[in-house]
Design a protein around this ligand. Structure first.
Ligand SMILES: Cc1cc2nc3c(=O)[nH]c(=O)nc-3n(C[C@H](O)[C@H](O)[C@H](O)COP(=O)(O)OP(=O)(O)OC[C@H]3O[C@@H](n4cnc5c(N)ncnc54)[C@H](O)[C@@H]3O)c2cc1C
Length: 430
């Protein structure tokens, strides 16, 4: 065992900063982790800091919320993922600011991390459009806690409905409102409808879970508005066929405990899920950087932050236009940006001047799942729906999962669920 290196003062870098350039990465999401892996086994010293000790595969959180997967299936310990790279240190900590004068990342515990180059990859959060008090009643899907809260509310509502004598209260318990008709809202509405119709169908004595009502509320005129051609219409028809009640052109006016007011109507619902809009984590304030309308740090095409020497921003926290439109907040954009920047920062130690090359996003396919064997998938001119799209969706997501054990476990659970409609994670644990 090597002797542990004592921490110098409040410097939280796990070993003394030597002559090698030191890159600090804030956030081990898709962008930060990809940058770190690209810098792995290079001559550059890297410290990656995150307030969680795990990388979270956010796109599958809805499966935790609907009892299909367990949290550990979609989370990988950051330290383990990066264990093979001796030049990378992992620090568990909450970043609260950046001192650009002394080039230090400031931590909530009063410590700091000195940097030569700094990568901000802190991601995004749900935007409640000025009504942050709605969050407690209508959680989004960004954290494991969010997913566990939704799962607990959903499953508890069926349990309470089973012993509820009053039909009005029982109806409210069996009602779920999902807000937002983008991929998250469509995925949630479809999966909850299937949970009630198939998985829970035979498990109760006094209620029929198929009585459950799922209402999807969308302010715009159509679902999956960013998908081309007939794919939004296909999603709409499929959800309607699964019994989901669609309320398009309907604005949410208020959310309180167990009640959504939308389009002038009060809807009593035991479970309310928010999937309507996101904004960047407020990391721009650490730099005094310019932001776009979603609070994202406006970066140059090479991902540098204008006016902040040696600082880059990636992923959901970065705003970058390509061909006249803002790049979408997608895991694949974040990952490609991390790989791009990591590749160019590998040259730091070699004494060569850094060529900050412009980043260009190449879509590997946009996809949204609606239910068992139904999804939409778009890549360039290719447009798929139904089973083929569902298979592409499953392939892409299993491939993107970190670690072979997770891939094998998730693929196995999906195959089992496909055949049986069973869900193994039906736990009320909060
Ligand atoms: C429900 C849902 C479904 C989605 N489905 C898809 C999909 O199917 N396909 C797709 O491509 N994209 C999808 N996305 C979008 C995708 O999840 C994001 O674009 C992606 O996670 C962004 O990656 P990131 O690295 O920028 O941020 P994140 O993955 O959010 O990572 C940010 C990291 O920064 C850390 N952090 C934040 N602030 C601090 C701080 N102050 N101090 C320390 N650490 C901090 C966080 O703990 C986190 O680990 C989905 C998003 C949601 C919400």
């Amino acid at each position: 065992m090597p002797e542990p290196t004592p921490l110098a003062d409040m410097d939280r870098t796990p070993a003394p900063v030597g002559s090698a350039a030191h890159v600090v990465i804030v956030g081990a999401g898709f962008a930060g982790l990809a940058a770190a892996q690209m810098l792995g086994k290079s001559k550059v010293r890297v410290t990656i800091v995150d307030r969680r000790n795990y990388h979270l595969f956010v796109p599958l959180l809805y499966q935790v919320a609907t009892a299909a997967l367990s949290p550990a299936d979609i989370a990988a310990p950051i330290r383990r993922v990066l264990a093979a790279y001796p030049n990378i240190d992992t620090v568990l900590g909450e970043v609260t600011g950046v001192d650009q004068g002394t080039r230090r990342v400031l931590l909530a515990d009063g410590g700091y991390l000195p940097y030569d180059r700094l990568i901000l990859a802190t991601g995004s959060m749900y935007d409640y459009f000025g009504h942050d008090d709605w969050a407690a009643h209508a959680p989004g899907l960004k954290t494991i806690d969010n997913a566990r809260t939704i799962r607990a509310r959903l499953l508890k509502a069926f349990e309470q409905a089973e012993i509820e004598a009053d039909p009005v209260r029982r109806d409210a318990l069996l009602t779920t409102v999902v807000i937002g008709g983008g991929p998250t809202g469509v995925e949630m509405a479809g999966t909850i409808a299937e949970l009630a119709r198939y998985t829970l169908a035979n498990d109760f004595r006094r209620i029929d879970p198929r009585w459950a009502k799922v209402i999807l509320v969308e302010a715009g005129p159509r679902l999956l508005a960013n998908f081309p051609g007939d794919l939004p219409a296909y999603a709409t028809a499929t959800l309607a066929g699964m019994g989901v009640e669609l309320r398009l052109n309907t604005r949410v006016e208020n959310i309180e405990a167990g009640v959504v007011t939308a389009g002038g109507q009060r809807i009593a619902a035991a479970t309310i899920v928010w999937g309507a809009g996101i904004r960047a984590q407020p990391s721009a304030a650490w730099l005094g950087a310019e932001t776009d309308r979603l609070g994202r740090i406006k970066v140059k095409p090479d991902l540098t932050v204008p006016g902040a020497a040696g600082v880059y921003a990636l992923g959901d926290v970065a705003g970058l236009d390509q061909d006249g439109a803002a790049l979408p907040a997608l895991a694949q954009v974040a990952k490609q940006q991390g790989q791009h920047l990591g590749r160019s920062l590998r040259r730091l130690r070699r004494g060569k001047p850094l060529k900050d090359r412009p980043f260009r996003y190449r879509s590997r396919g946009d996809t949204a799942i609606i239910g068992r064997s139904s999804a939409v998938f778009v890549m360039g001119p290719l447009r798929l729906k139904k089973t083929l799209a569902w298979m592409m969706w499953a392939l892409v997501h299993v491939y993107l999962l970190i670690g072979f054990d997770k891939r094998a476990s998730v693929a196995g659970q999906w195959a089992w669920r496909y055949l049986t409609q069973e869900r193994g994670a039906r736990l009320i644990d909060m």
